[in-house]
Every structure is written in C-alpha cells, then in structure tokens.
Design a protein around this ligand. Structure first.
Ligand code: NAD
Length: 509
C-alpha cells in the first residue's frame, strides 16, 4: 500500500546539528552518579532520524536496582525527608520546578530526540511539568489527617496521614517527563522516597530530573533513578519487599504481570494502563471544532497516547459532513521531522511499533472496514513515520475497534440513538478517557455521567490540569494520580484512638 501523504510529510533533515552530539548518562543512586555494575550501556537512536545515536544510559541489573532500593529504604527509615515539615519539603519541591524551567530547552530537546515527538510539543510538555511540580509543592504544605470528635464522651479519634514508604515507579516511553512528573512530586510531597525505572527507550530526561532535584536540595537517596530493561531492572521493584508501593504506567500486559507479583508480596500497586478513548459526536455539535478535536485526539504524539480519542462514534446524520472536514484536515496536517518547527506530529517510537500499527491497519482492511485515508508507513525515509489514517464502517467487534493500536489510526462507528452511543463508548475492556461533542450541555453531561472512564471531556480532548484526578476504570488501571487524590496513593492512614479519663475496666475485680 502506498502512502498518499507525501505532500504534507516533513522529511527529516539528517544534517541538523542538534543531532550530532550523543549524550552519555549515568544513573543517580544515593545522590551519586553511577554506571551499571556490568558496565553495559543501552544506546538510543532518534526514531525520527534513524542511525543517529542521541543518548546512552547504563543497562542496570538486579544488583544495581537492589542498591538503589537500599538507598531509598535508608533515606526513608533514617530521614530526614519523611520527618521534615510539609513547609520544608514544599520549599525544596518549588526549587525543583524552578530548576525544570531553567533547563527547559535542554529537556525539551532530549525529549524530542529520544521519543520522536515535535520539539514545540516537547517545550509545552516541559512547561506543564514545571506546573505539576509547583502544584504538588503547594499542596505538600497542607496534607492533613482527620479528627473524630463524636465517637463517645471519653474518646477522641485522630487519623494520622503518614508517608507510605519507598515507592518504585516504572514509566513508559510516550510521555517520559510528564509521567514521571505526575508521580514523583506527589510521592515526595507525601514524604516518601522513590526509585524510578524509566523506559529503556527514553531515559534521558528522567535522569536529568533527578539531578536537578538533587541540586534543588532533595537529599541523597530520596530520588533515585535506575535505567535498563523491564524484566531485568524493573521487575525487581515489584519483587523486593523493601519497596512498599509500586506505581506502574504502561501496557496492560506488563501491568497485570507486575500486579500479580506484587500481590504475592501484599504490596500496594497503582496502575495506569492503556485506553481506547471514544469521541462521541452528537448531531448538534459544532462540526468544525469537533473535526479539529478529533484530529488532535487521534494524531497527537502520533497516536501514541494512552488518552487518545481513537474511536469516533458519530451520529449517522452528520457522519459524512464530519468525515469530510476531518479528511481535509488530515490531508493538510504537517507530520514528520520532530525538529521541524511546524510539525504537528513526529515519529513512532520504534520500527517494531511501526510494524505493529501497520498490522492493525491490515487487520482492519481484512475484517471489512473501509480505509478512507492513509494506512501505511511513509516509505523510503530515515525515520519511523506513519501517515494519518482514517477508517469508516468499523464494526464494534473488530480488532481496530477493541484493541489499543497506539498509532495515528481512527476507527469510525455510526450511531442513531444516545443509548447506542453510550453502549458503543463503554463497549471495550478499557475506561481511561472519553469525549462528548454537543452544543447541548444537558445531553453532554447526561451522556458523560453514563461513561465508564476516569477522564472525560465535553467539547475538548486530551486536556488536563494538575488539580484534576486521572486514572482508569476497568482494564485501564487502578488508583488515581494528581490533585489531592494523588497524595492518597502515597500515604498511609493510621487510626489513633485516645481514651480521656480512666479507661473502662475489662474485668471487674
Ligand atoms: P510497556 O508496558 O511495554 O513498558 C512500560 C515500562 O515497563 C517500561 O519502563 C518497561 O521497561 C517496563 N517493563 C516492561 N516489562 C517489564 C517487566 N517484566 N517488569 C518490570 N517492568 C517492565 O509500555 P510502553 O510500551 O512503554 O508504553 C505504552 C503503554 O503505556 C500503552 O499501553 C499506554 O496506553 C500506556 N500508558 C498509560 C498511561 C496512563 O496514564 N494510563 C500513560 C502513558 C502510557
């Protein structure tokens, strides 16, 4: 199949000087930069400019990870971080946010080159992350417990909020800096210590973040980073009893596996997993705005987004009018070189992933869906690029309607009644996000109430702020991040019962 998108494809410029220097990183354990005990390293090529190695980091094994867990355990058990006042922790976390902003251009470039996302998008993400740290820093001063003053005349109950302990954090490659920043400041704000294992594809910005945090005054051992492959380095965080909480973001397959290991050790687990986000468009929607939102929802980050709006569920009466607008946008959308200033979406993370997306397109065609646009990787380029792809006449039981493709591929399904729209939207194993497009607020709110998804939007998509919770229903995950809810994931609640006056004797002499 030949791509029909060569015209709006931004060809990668291999002579861009920003590609020329390979950055070598070391892990940060107990405040010290370290190589892996084995001496092995992992090289990372820019997925948008194949054969340009842009980063290299240690390939840790269980021995390295064990050392990092030991450091985090000591920093938790002996302090001073967990015993500091909220105000002291808050001051330091604010300084981390300032450090992120001071290094924003450097961080954005690393993120762009390792993930393949457009540099301009990465700049916005880094700024958003500074805001995540700022929000968590502010809240860290106000983490309160509770009192129970109506449990009897001679009794008083206090609920003490305590830090949960050592947190193991495993993150994916699609939004490395955002995801680590959605977890670490909340864990540190709650008084925990952490060991982070970023994706083997995109570890650079996580290491830089830990270095920035150390410089900002986060004590050694509180924020440790180990790099390497999942089964070798990440799994130890689920297995080791010195880790109290495991916070995993990634695929359902790996999340399920880690949760079963953690269950054997009765370890607390937070899971942020995949999605298959519906975008419901009612007949009264502003179709210009909806078409733009649908394009953003499915193409943003080349579709490699857990909260993508990858299923268009549209009222049959406006289906062709909407698709016409969407196809027009898709044909004009500049995609390609992540370093291009006007690029709206860049490269896919790897050739393997590119092949997986292509195999879903073949499955869709084979199962009888109508391919309206795109459908193939862009041939003869030096990066992993996939054209904007739109399917119509998708049946809800097809694989492209049920499974997370994680690429710029839209599956369109028509509906006639609101009941049908809700049933279609809820009809997958996932429940991470959903959008409703309508000019009628009552229709939009009543529909949203019936959606089984943790993050919903009315007349928008892929939106978020540090104040609002995120997380999944069904196979999309367990637990909530961000807002005041995020701190509960990293807290223990202790009930303290106090008796006032002489206790009631248990046995009367
Ligand atoms: P992945 O599950 O392959 O990898 C995620 C992380 O787990 C990586 O760091 C990897 O090294 C590690 N890992 C792999 N095997 C492991 C093992 N046996 N033990 C311990 N760690 C292991 O996911 P991915 O391909 O990096 O990311 C894409 C997935 O992440 C998608 O499904 C996407 O929807 C999901 N995601 C979810 C959210 C969310 O907030 N819900 C956000 C971003 C991505």
């Amino acid at each position: 199949m030949q791509s029909r998108f060569q015209d709006n494809f931004v060809a990668p410029n291999l002579s861009d000087t920003r590609l020329s220097s390979k950055r070598a990183y070391r892990m940060l354990i107990d405040g010290v930069s370290k190589d892996a005990v084995s001496g092995q390293v992992i090289d990372r090529e820019s997925p948008g400019h194949r054969s340009c190695v842009v980063g290299a980091w240690p390939q840790a094994t269980a021995e390295d990870v064990g050392g990092a867990i030991g450091a985090a355990r000591r920093a938790f058990d002996h302090g001073p971080w967990p015993q500091m006042s909220g105000a002291e922790r808050s001051t330091i976390l604010h300084r981390v946010a300032e450090g992120i902003l001071a290094h924003s251009e450097e961080l954005a470039l690393i993120e762009c080159l390792e993930t393949g996302k457009p540099l301009n998008q990465a700049r916005g993400e880094i700024e958003y992350c500074a805001d995540l740290w700022t929000y968590a820093a502010g809240q860290a001063r106000g983490l309160e417990g509770d009192t129970h003053n109506a449990i009897g005349a001679n009794r008083l109950g206090l609920v003490l909020r305590e830090p949960a302990g050592v947190v193991g954090i495993i993150t994916p490659w699609n939004f490395p800096f955002i995801i680590v920043s959605e977890r670490v400041p909340w864990a540190l704000g709650a008084g925990c210590t952490v060991v982070v294992k970023p994706s083997e594809f995109t570890s650079g910005t996580t290491i830089r973040l830990a270095e920035i945090a150390l410089q900002a005054g986060v004590p050694p051992g509180v924020f440790n980073v180990v790099t390497g492959y999942g089964p070798e380095a990440g799994q130890v965080l689920a297995e080791d009893p010195r880790v109290d909480v495991l916070a995993f973001t990634g695929s359902v397959r790996v999340g399920t596996h880690l949760a079963s290991i953690a269950a054997a050790g009765v370890k607390r687990v937070g899971l942020e997993l995949g999605g298959k986000g519906p975008q419901i468009v009612f007949a009264d929607a502003d179709l210009e705005a909806a078409a733009d939102g649908i394009a953003y929802g499915v193409y943003h980050n080349a579709g490699q987004c857990c909260i993508s709006g990858s299923r268009l569920i549209v009222a049959n009466s406006v289906r062709s009018a909407l698709l016409e607008r969407l196809l027009d946008l898709s044909r004009r959308l500049p995609f390609g070189d992540p370093l291009g200033e006007g690029t709206r979406y860049g490269a896919m993370v790897s050739q393997t992933h590119l092949d997986k997306v292509a195999s879903y397109v073949s499955a869709g065609v084979k199962e009888g869906a109508e391919l309206l646009l795109g459908g193939d990787m862009v041939a003869a380029t030096s990066g992993n690029y996939f054209a904007p792809t739109v399917f119509d006449k998708v049946r809800p039981d097809m694989r492209i309607a049920q499974e997370e493709i994680f690429g710029p591929v839209l599956a369109t399904i028509g509906f006639d009644t609101p009941e049908e729209a809700v049933a279609l939207a809820n009809g997958t194993p996932f429940g991470l996000s959903a959008s409703v497009w309508s000019r009628d607020l009552e229709t939009a709110i009543q529909t949203t109430r019936r959606l089984r998804a943790g993050r919903c939007w009315i007349n928008s998509v892929i939106d978020g702020t540090p104040e609002m919770p995120i997380g999944g229903y069904k196979k999309s995950g367990v637990g909530r991040e961000l807002g005041r809810y995020g701190f509960d994931e990293y807290s223990q609640f202790k009930g303290l019962h106090m008796t006032l006056g002489r206790p009631q004797p248990w046995f009367q002499h």
